[in-house]
Design a protein around this ligand. Structure first.
Ligand code: AMP
Length: 523
């Protein structure tokens, strides 16, 4: 494999692509000359062959109010979710899954970048994901890349990427807390940066908390104020709601700079003026800020660190521009927030720096390379160690009550990856013919509080009751899960498998999706 490797931040609201060259990370701007491209797809119609025509980026975003039924946005929130509710039917009648919509965004970002680096040259990429993304969502992200025709060498965590940009570009060291509040996700990660080593100490977050939730708070305020003026909004009126939603986000952005915003609305031919203050917005958003604070404290506890031991508070993600974020963080920690990295581009740049340290092999697989050829001329050696964001377990019988199934954690969260751990379980009847492995995500012993993310049934030779079977779980550097089951009577493997993920596309579906996305026009 030849050529450069690129870092892509595939964001909920915006995406960006960067490259690391001549000891510098550089964003490749889009056709509009912007460093970030809105992650919005507008299906404009059909081309002469009956395939879908799409626009991605600012023009698509601007069309959200006028043609909401043709526009798809915030798709990352549904990455790795399966089912009709998450799919979009395009004008051609073809169905687009969240992976396919994301693939269109990737195609646009790469196509625009190629105006600087040459057509067809963006192939090998590292894509970032929220630290809190689980296995299914990481797999879905890789599939999106594949559908876009890319070779995804690795997926890495967004806060890790941001910390790399911070540590390498700014030459900082010490314990860094990364508070990443983007458009749709919230991550908090504590890293130890030392002489090119980036060690993640602990990570946590919420994949359903981000800027859009703050937009909804402004929206609620606006609707209340309109109602006070006797203006009731029909929330089934898609065009009107899209207009109000767009203005709600604009109001939120304004309130980061000014104390009062005055959005106006045209409803049934009449103009309504409203006034929203920063104070009102902050009060309305308190539950959201408290949620991030709660998660922050959890991660601090997991890292067994006190605020006095944190050297830098790094913020990334567009939503950290809200003054209430800085206020909360500084009150909580007694430290000053650093704004040394550009919150919009740090993730893509960090991904590009990381990508430049990867070494390819003939299968297109990559591992963090000690030898830095053939991709780049990075002069500083960096190494990265990350931790798992989710606990992985297996459904077992409760030792005290054989009618009760429980979750037995095999790999706890915040374990360094890659990792491999196992448990030994015992057959429950004489001459048992099968063993069923149900893989869980979550910490709680009770099954109602964890998620079964996949399962497999394997045959075993006939043995007496209580014969031992070892279940081995491994997390690869992408945090994808592999499982092997060993018959401990003979020490022979009963089978290794990547779990059947109910929420991911099958190989066949990915193949079909690649052809549909490949036929669509993306501008
Ligand atoms: P990201 O996914 O990191 O690009 O973050 C995008 C989110 O940041 C969106 O929800 C934006 O509304 C939000 N955002 C960007 N700039 C600001 C700002 N000045 N004040 C408040 N939120 C912002």
């Amino acid at each position: 494999m030849d050529g450069m490797v690129y870092g892509i931040d595939l964001g909920t609201t915006n995406s960006a692509i960067a490259v690391y060259e001549k000891d510098e990370s550089r964003i490749l701007k889009n056709m509009d000359g912007d460093e970030i491209t809105p992650s919005v797809v507008f299906f404009t119609g059909l081309d002469s062959s009956g395939n879908d025509d799409s626009l991605v980026g600012i023009q698509a975003k601007n069309s959200a109010a006028t043609a909401p039924e043709q526009v798809v946005q915030f798709i990352k929130r549904f990455m790795g979710f399966h089912g009709d509710a998450y799919n979009f039917t395009a004008p051609s009648g073809k169905t687009y899954t969240p992976e396919m919509i994301s693939a269109l965004i990737l195609r646009k970002v790469c196509k625009d970048a190629e105006q600087y680096v040459g057509e067809g040259s963006v192939q090998n990429v590292v894509i970032t994901v929220p630290a809190y993304f689980d296995d299914a969502r990481r797999t879905a992200t890789k599939q999106a890349g594949k559908i876009a025709g890319l070779n995804v060498l690795r997926v890495i965590n967004e806060p890790t990427a941001a910390a790399i940009a911070f540590g390498l570009d700014i030459n900082e060291s010490g314990k860094v807390l990364v508070y990443d509040l983007g458009g749709g996700t919230f991550d908090v990660t504590i890293m130890d940066i030392n002489d090119g080593n980036f060690d993640v100490v602990a990570t946590g977050g919420d994949a359903q908390l981000g800027g859009v939730n703050f937009d909804q708070k402004v929206l609620a305020l606006i609707l209340r104020k309109l109602a006070e003026q006797g203006c009731e909004i029909d929330d089934e009126d898609d065009a009107l709601m899209a207009d109000i939603r767009e203005k709600a986000e604009k109001t939120k952005l304004q309130l980061s700079n000014v104390e009062t915003a005055r959005p106006a609305f045209m409803v049934d031919g009449k103009t309504y003026r409203t006034e929203i203050t920063r104070e009102e917005f902050e009060k309305e958003s308190e539950p959201l800020m408290q949620r991030t604070q709660f998660l922050l404290n959890e991660v601090m506890t997991a890292a067994t660190l006190s605020w006095g031991e944190i050297d830098h508070l790094l913020v990334v993600g567009g939503s950290t521009r809200m003054p209430m974020v800085k206020k909360m963080l500084e009150n909580l920690s007694g430290k000053e927030v650093v704004y040394k990295v550009d919150p919009d581009t740090a993730v893509a740049r960090g991904a590009a720096i990381f990508a430049s340290t990867l070494e390819g092999d003939s299968d297109g697989n990559a591992s963090p390379g000690k030898e830095l050829e053939p991709y780049s001329s990075i002069s500083q050696k960096i190494s990265i160690s990350d931790v798992t964001s989710q606990s992985l377990g297996v459904v077992t019988l409760d030792g005290n009550n054989m009618n009760h199934h429980v979750n037995t954690v095999i790999i706890p969260n915040n374990t360094k990856i890659p990792t491999k751990k196992s448990v030994v379980v015992y057959t429950v009847t004489d001459n048992q013919t099968h063993i069923r492995v149900e893989v869980t995500e979550g910490n709680d012993p009770e099954l109602e509080f964890v998620r079964v993310i996949g399962s497999s049934t394997l045959s075993i030779p006939p043995y007496p009751k209580d014969s031992p079977v070892e279940i081995i779980y491994a997390y690869d550097p992408d945090q994808t899960i592999y499982i092997e089951v060993i018959d401990k009577v003979t020490n022979i493997s009963l089978g290794a498998f990547q779990i059947d993920r109910a929420s991911n596309m099958t190989e066949e579906e990915v193949k079909n999706a690649t052809s549909i996305v490949g036929q669509a026009t993306v501008d």
